[in-house]
Design a binder for this molecule. Sequence first.
Ligand SMILES: [Zn+2]
Ligand SMILES: [Zn+2]
Length: 349
Amino acid sequence: MKALVKAAKGEGNIEVRDVPAPKIKNHDDVLIRISAAGVCGTDLHIYHDEFPYWPPVVLGHEFSGLVTETGNGVTRFKLGDRVVAEPHTHFCGKCYLCRSGNIQLCQEKRSPGWGIDGAFAEFIVMPELFLHRIPDILSDEIAALAEPMAIVVTGVLERGKSCPGDTVVIVGAGPIALLSVAAVKAAGAKEIFVLGTNADEEQRFPAAKSLGADRIINVMNTDASAAILEETRGVGADHVIEASGSAAGVNTAVEAAKKCGRITVLGLPGEEKIPVPWGDMVKKALDISFCFSSSVSSWERAISILSSSPGNFNALISHRAKIDDWKKVFTDIETGKAIKVLFVPERIK
Ligand SMILES: [Zn+2]
Ligand SMILES: [Zn+2]
């Protein structure tokens, strides 16, 4: 089968290869034919050698698919079921993180797409344990957003304790920021601000609007902190979601939060160290929570949010592409010409 492979360590080193299709090895394995697979910022970090990976490895960790074969111990899924999968493969089950329900942070974890072969291919094998059924109302394409949505649910709802009536500021306008709009809306936010740059004007700002953002601020032509203070009568936001991963974004998040407010950090920075206004954070008595990967408990809730108004999420999917076009896709994401790109495998009709 054709697959997009990170072939070796270093910058670049990505190529389309013909690789053997994966096979069922364990009694609880499920063979899944990929329906759609989302390209993520993490894939770009792997391209630039800024995220751990074990080459040669098939990229891709956000996907939906169809069950095509099951191991003899599989009891909850059958041929033809449509599924998504938590990417928490190889957790040890023994460490304090696994024992406390945080398998997503286990040291032994090797997710599909960087630790083991992933979803930018025709097939993937996953243990039954990680699978979730796709409701009929959800298309394969929107279902492929389940993994990033689960991250948002973990960060914004579970750790960030999003509340009904919150005034929320979302810093950034990429896919995670846009899914955050939907999550805080579902949690009953009163008013949602989304902050972005000129690169977000064409596609991402309109998508933010269609997902429920009330006010869009381009930080390149508006003083975002001043505008938020003005709109909140000098108080600031109840909840700020930092989804840019940038130094400027982190500082804006602190400025926008009210005293005793909450900041949830979802943005993945690059290698550089980000200076933070520590004194202001202390004086504001902020509650800050960080989030990395998705909790087990977030997945069904993520699927429910996607299912509550699936049509709204079409605005996020800017491109459907073949893996042969990966180079253009990566460039379009990096230059803001794309929001979420899905690789849709070619089928022999
Ligand atoms: Zn991802
Ligand atoms: Zn563990």
